[in-house]
Design a protein around this ligand. Structure first.
Ligand code: UD1
Length: 340
């Protein structure tokens, strides 16, 4: 079975994708520098699938090590590249760290893929490339807006670097998946999101508040032009998102792609407000959440949700799990990690 490299394979989305790859019979090699993940996740993946993935602790900024890795693994048939820094606020404070970590590493990997005979590459992009889109739901043809942060810029630049490389490398095929808001956890509650410090994202903040680690959730603004005044996002279950990666990879391996650089939105197609996410949490957990309405957060867009027609029809992928499923799994995961 095809051997697939998953960079950042011990992270939130990476670990769920490794599970789905193994479920489909792929042989997985994980690279992770453990800068924002735990080695324990390797055992947790193994306990879900019954198969231990290969693992190498490697910092992708170390170019000679990247070269040596690919030399030793010339039979790799695909690369799913998750390894990257992702905190928006931190990227504003440390732009060069973000450009070095997210761009240099991408270049080193692409340079190695250029040396192979065939190469299939899946890139973690983000709906952040659209900014506040003029038309909703957002299609892949919506214009890419000037990035609000160095993090967002690394996703835009990353896509451009891959596209330019594909133009001059006929054996390289790539898909950029533009994620909307990934949430939730595996149904086994063995893997999930592990934010370090105070969570910046909504769902981990909700579950940490409910379990008693945070006192109260602040809802950032209730005076937006939406039906209840709070911002709208497209929350996608991480297991559905993981499956999108496997399907995208199979598309490339089976030569079903229509050009050698493609982009797909990965969302549910449905927008939910912050208050609707809270209501979903309260419903599935059976408990009230302590929250208050606070000021708007700088940099937040009003509304973003995906048009999923291209992903549904061309990629053959569709989100199957609901917001309630995602909130229930996130809650189960939070309870699991705090029970230890
Ligand atoms: C954020 C990033 C985005 C990144 C994505 C990854 C910003 C501006 N954007 O998206 O670039 O790709 O995470 O998942 O940081 N909210 C609250 N209270 C909270 C936290 C969030 O009300 O304590 C609200 C926000 O105002 C927003 C919604 O919840 O309306 C979702 O926020 P969040 O989970 O941070 O995701 P995004 O801002 O959409």
């Amino acid at each position: 079975m095809a051997k697939i490299l998953v960079t950042g394979g011990l992270g939130f989305i990476g670990s769920h994708t490794v599970v789905e790859l193994q479920n489909k019979g792929f042989e997985v090699v994980i690279i992770d520098d453990l800068s924002n993940s735990s080695i324990d996740v390797l055992n947790r993946i193994t306990s879900i699938t019954g198969i231990a993935p290969s693992f190498e602790k490697l910092d992708l900024k170390d170019k000679p090590k990247v070269q040596a890795f690919f030399k030793a693994h010339q039979d790799i048939q695909g690369v799913i590249h998750f390894a990257a820094s992702k905190a928006v606020g931190e990227s504003v404070d440390k732009p060069l760290q973000y450009y070095e970590n997210n761009i240099n590493t991408l270049i080193y990997i692409l340079q190695e893929l250029q040396k192979l005979k065939t190469a299939n590459f899946i890139f973690s992009s983000s709906c952040t490339v659209y900014g506040q889109a003029d038309e909703l739901p957002i299609t892949e043809n919506a214009p890419v807006k000037k990035a609000e942060s160095p993090y967002g810029n690394t996703k835009q630049i990353g896509e451009e670097i891959i596209q330019d490389t594909c133009k001059v490398t006929s054996h390289l095929k790539a898909i950029a998946l533009r994620y909307f808001n990934p949430i939730g956890a595996h149904s086994s509650a063995k893997i999930g999101e592990l934010p370090i410090g105070v969570p910046q994202n909504l769902v981990p903040f909700i579950t940490q508040t409910a379990i008693g680690i945070r006192e109260q959730l602040s809802v950032f603004g209730d005076d937006y032009p939406t039906h209840d005044g709070t911002c709208i996002r497209d929350y996608i279950h991480v297991v559905d998102l993981a499956k999108a990666h496997v399907i995208a990879l199979q598309r490339l391996i089976e030569d079903k792609n229509t050009s050698n650089f493609e982009t797909f939105n990965v969302g549910t197609g449905t927008g939910s407000t912050v208050l609707e996410v809270i209501q979903s949490f309260e419903k599935v957990s059976g408990q009230k959440l302590n929250y208050k309405i606070a000021n708007r957060r700088a940099g937040d867009i009003i509304s973003a949700y995906a048009n999923t027609t291209k992903a549904n029809n061309e990629l053959g992928w569709k989100a199957e799990l609901t917001l309630d499923d995602a909130m229930a799994s996130a809650w189960k995961w939070e309870q699991e990690i705090r029970s230890k």
